[in-house]
Write a new protein. Structure first.
Length: 236
């Protein structure tokens, strides 16, 4: 009887081991079949994503055309960093909720001013016994432009039956550049540019051994700061 139990136990053990081996083999077979399918599926998904959302390719033309080379003698003496809020809108009448288009543009700009020494007239510098008398050219704005990396549309609202006008942001950017320029002028950037140029040149000439430097006073001309009328209305 004891031998019978031993034989039965041995048979059960053999069957259990065989069953485990079959399960393991089945798992290996399933993995060998399913994994390639999953890999193909991932590849297809990746290709579809690349088709629907392609990566931009930038290919500069190797040929460069230099249209003009111009020598400059600009003495940049001051830089303004300006921020303006521009509201641009159209169709904001009675039916504005249905057909209007309105955006809020946050503009960051840079204005650089100074003196163009190439415009120094003959006789603009007179030297007498260690005394230097200088009649500087009028200061001017060299650069007044937007910083496109920091400027952005903060908010936009369109009517229920209207799509956003692509030209509205362009008008807002144009108005922003004009406002940045106007703000710098009204803040006296030209006078500050002239004063800084005088300080710089006086130090330079003093280091060169001149006893005294005199500048002909700068008389500002009346500069129009009016902004052309557009649909982009600057917000104070």
């Amino acid at each position: 009887m004891k031998n019978v139990f031993i034989i039965i136990g041995t048979i059960i053990l053999i069957l259990a081991l065989a069953g485990f081996g079959m399960v393991f083999a089945f798992r290996e077979l399933t993995s060998s079949v399913v994994n390639p399918i999953r890999s193909v599926d991932r590849d297809i998904r990746t290709q579809v994503a690349q088709v629907l959302n392609p990566t931009p390719t930038i290919m500069p033309d190797p040929i460069t055309i230099v249209n003009e080379i111009k020598p400059l003698a600009r003495l940049e003496t001051i830089q303004y960093s300006v921020e303006k809020v521009i509201t641009a809108e159209t169709g904001q009448e009675i039916l504005g909720k249905l057909f209007g288009d309105r955006l809020l543009f946050i503009a960051h700009g840079v204005v650089i001013a100074g003196v163009d020494l190439s415009k120094l007239e003959s006789g603009g510098i007179v030297i007498t016994d260690g005394l230097v008398e200088i009649d500087l050219p009028d200061p001017e704005i060299f650069i007044a432009t937007l910083n496109n990396q920091e400027s952005r549309v903060y908010d936009r609202q369109t009517g229920l039956f209207r799509q956003g006008d692509p030209e509205l942001e362009t008008l807002a950017r144009q108005a922003a550049e004009e406002e940045i320029y106007r703000s710098a002028i009204e803040d006296g950037i030209l006078q500050k540019a002239n004063d800084n140029a005088e300080v710089f040149l006086e130090r330079l000439l003093d280091d060169l051994g001149f006893d005294e430097v005199i500048f002909i006073p700068y008389v500002p001309e009346e500069i129009s700061t009016a902004t052309p009328t557009t649909e982009a209305t600057p917000t104070p």
